[in-house]
Ligand binder design. Structure first.
Ligand code: GRG
Length: 295
């Protein structure tokens, strides 16, 4: 088995190639919209969600079915969420991945439409992929819709907006993140498994628990990075979210407590993979990567 760094690069290249191919055509009259879509989808990013879909598929022995379709769909939903999250009505950010945000590089209306288009395309890709049975496609679209919508990511964003300046306890903070970030991470793991069309209920339940743990660990680590990168630059322990009045794990548990929580969630995630044996090694490595990453 190649080392994880090589695997990560191979998955990133695989999804980048797939996405490039989907958006290489010109669309007369829609050049600006497609330029904004390409700008947002092909502009880097760690590709954690596609990585999870690939690794989850591998845990079930892999497939000759097109797992790139679900890996691409979750990345489109992610890209759409970042475009809309950066808008003036939300976080009003000027930079994303070291470049101007979509609405700064283009304009607000184009950014809104690019996000809307990406969301619709994610569902189109899954529902039109004829390699899966119709029942599988229905299951996948329902799963992704719930993860993206008010019961998932959009609901989490609404809770987040309502919580600015509020005192959330740890349960409320976890609930917000399980919706806002965890739901799509969860969908990525499950969709990778469903793509094989041979995941049984016990395997899906185990993967669900794995996804719950790493979804939360991802956010805890993100809060830690936010603080530590800020500390190293300014010498002050105040991350961007904390500065915006948003509750964070380091603020609630202290930096050491947040590190301990991330490690414990990673261990829990890895322990749920025992029944899968060695095919789940990539998922174990992804769990470690999520809590060890520095950006
Ligand atoms: C606006 C509909 C709508 C939803 C917004 C998920 C979300 C809800 C907003 C994303 C903004 C954000 C900073 C969320 C916290 C989770 C997070 C760290 C997202 C960034 O994901 P990465 O680190 O990004 O995977 P890259 O750039 O690597 O793709």
């Amino acid at each position: 088995m190649s080392d994880f760094g090589d695997y990560l690069k191979a998955c990133q290249k695989r999804i980048d190639t797939h996405l490039d191919q989907q958006f290489c055509n010109s669309h007369p009259g829609l050049e600006r919209l497609y330029a904004a879509i390409r700008y947002s989808v092909t502009g880097g990013g760690k590709r954690v969600r596609p990585l999870l879909a690939y690794a989850s598929c591998e845990a079930l022995g892999g497939t000759d079915k097109p797992v790139d379709v679900v890996a691409g769909a979750v990345e489109l939903i992610h890209a759409y969420s970042l475009i809309h999250d950066d808008l003036p009505a939300m976080d009003d950010d000027n930079l994303r991945r070291g470049r101007p945000t979509c609405h700064r590089a283009f304009d607000e209306a184009t950014a809104i439409l690019a996000g809307d288009a990406l969301q619709a395309l994610a569902f189109e890709w899954i529902s039109c992929e004829g390699s899966w049975q119709a029942e599988t496609r229905l299951r996948m679209t329902t799963l992704l819709a719930r993860a993206a919508g008010p019961q998932g990511m959009v609901g989490g964003q609404a809770i987040d907006l309502a919580s600015v300046g509020a005192q959330l306890d740890q349960n409320a903070l976890e609930d917000m993140h399980q919706h806002k970030t965890g739901a799509l991470i969860h969908a990525s793991v499950r969709l990778g498994a469903l793509a094989t069309e041979r995941a049984d209920d016990d395997q899906l339940a185990a993967l669900e628990e794995y996804a719950r743990c790493i979804g939360l660990a991802f956010q805890v680590q993100d809060d830690i990075i936010d603080i530590e990168s800020d500390t190293s630059v300014s010498g002050k322990q105040q991350g961007a979210d904390h500065a915006r009045g948003k509750p964070t794990y380091p603020a609630m548990l202290g930096l050491d407590g947040a590190h301990a929580l991330a490690r414990s969630l990673c261990d829990q995630a890895i322990s749920t993979l025992e029944p899968f044996g060695s095919p789940a090694e990539r998922l174990r490595q992804v769990a470690r990567y999520i809590v060890e990453r520095r950006f």
